[in-house]
Design a protein around this ligand. Structure first.
Ligand code: ATP
Length: 321
């Protein structure tokens, strides 16, 4: 399902949560809205879902206008036929796994072949055998799977995720990331995923929209966002950045070398701090009074060591819109 957002805005009193925004999400794409707290990503997702009314603009799902301020169109949430998965799972505590998954089908009156559809969704999330349990008899990961099952049981063309993994611990989160992506891809769903976690965004998405202050600053595939940020904020929010000229010229830490190659630029530095990360050491370097960089190495340095780092001029990125 294609989603088109045209000139949509939203304010809450004096707070402009979303500045005029245009967006085209293509069928089958996994798109992530990435940004810090308060940047407007949840507000945008809720307007797409029909849980919030925009102040202006239009929203289209394929050929159908589901919201238009000008034409007075507002299709309510249960008629948009979307799947939704939230951070807090939003399961009914008094309903079993089966009943929770069936809930969405009943609410939208899709009761034909309901048992098969519910069981198919439960199997897809690997909860077969647990249908009669209540949410409080499940682990956090299992509860999140019930929420996925409920969202896919209605066979939505578009599925919306609002920080669905943030209540889980780091290891489970990584596992569920892969599972969720596999589920979305195998069912050919179009997905919009809200997160403030850049690693999650990079590892899952076909396309990332980086937002700040109610605005989309840059959108593109994860590789473009990381390698060719067009705004200083994007360079700083996605990955680590070393600045040759503040907010203008940047190099990523992994591009710094410890041995010189022909044509390299050189920067003498003093080791300020060393952090062991398991797979490498993160070395904080002081280049001068104002400039602190980060570099990676497979051996430990001592604070105060005098070193030099090198890089090819080709790896220096000019940050420009
Ligand atoms: P988070 O990651 O913390 O959830 P977010 O990027 O999803 O943040 P939004 O929840 O969309 O941000 O909020 C955007 C702005 O709108 C914030 O300044 C927020 O305080 C404000 N806002 C959101 N909902 C309301 C509301 N119902 N009433 C008043 N202000 C709101």
């Amino acid at each position: 399902m294609d989603l088109i957002v045209k000139q949509v805005t939203k304010s809450f009193g004096a707070t402009q949560a979303l500045q005029p925004l245009d967006l085209h999400i293509r069928s089958g794409e996994f798109t992530t809205l990435l940004g810090p707290s308060g940047c407007g990503k949840t507000t945008l997702l809720r307007m797409i879902a029909g849980l919030e009314t925009p102040d202006s603009g239009e929203i289209w799902l394929d050929e159908e206008c589901v919201f238009s301020a000008e034409k007075g169109v507002f299709k309510p949430v249960h008629k948009r036929m979307l799947g939704m998965v939230f951070q807090d799972f939003a399961l009914w505590p008094h309903l079993t796994v089966y009943e929770n998954v069936a809930f969405g089908l009943k609410a939208t009156k899709q009761t034909n072949g309901m048992r098969e559809r519910v069981m198919d969704a439960i199997e897809a999330v690997r909860l077969h055998g647990l249908e009669q349990r209540y949410p409080n008899q499940l682990s956090g990961g299992q509860q999140q799977r019930v929420a996925f099952a409920r969202a896919i049981a209605v066979e939505p063309k578009l599925i919306l995720f609002d920080e669905p993994l943030s209540a889980l611990d780091a290891l489970l989160r990584e596992e569920m990331r892969a599972e969720l992506l596999q589920l979305v891809q195998s069912r050919g769903l179009t997905a919009i995923y809200v997160t403030h976690d850049q690693l999650e965004a990079m590892s899952m998405s076909d396309r990332i929209l980086v937002m700040q202050g109610g605005k989309v600053l840059q959108q593109g595939p994860p590789e473009t966002i990381y390698n060719r940020p067009t705004e200083p904020f994007v360079a700083k929010f996605v990955g680590k950045s070393n600045w040759l000229k503040p907010d203008e010229l940047m190099i990523r830490p992994e591009k710094l070398r410890w041995k010189e190659q022909t044509g390299d630029m050189t920067w003498p530095a003093v080791v300020e701090r060393v952090s062991y990360m398991g797979d490498r050491y993160e070395i904080t370097l002081r280049l001068d009074d104002e400039t602190i960089w980060l570099a990676y190495h497979d051996r430990r340095f001592q604070a105060g060591d005098h070193v030099a780092v090198y890089a090819s001029p080709d790896d220096i990125h000019s940050v420009r819109p």
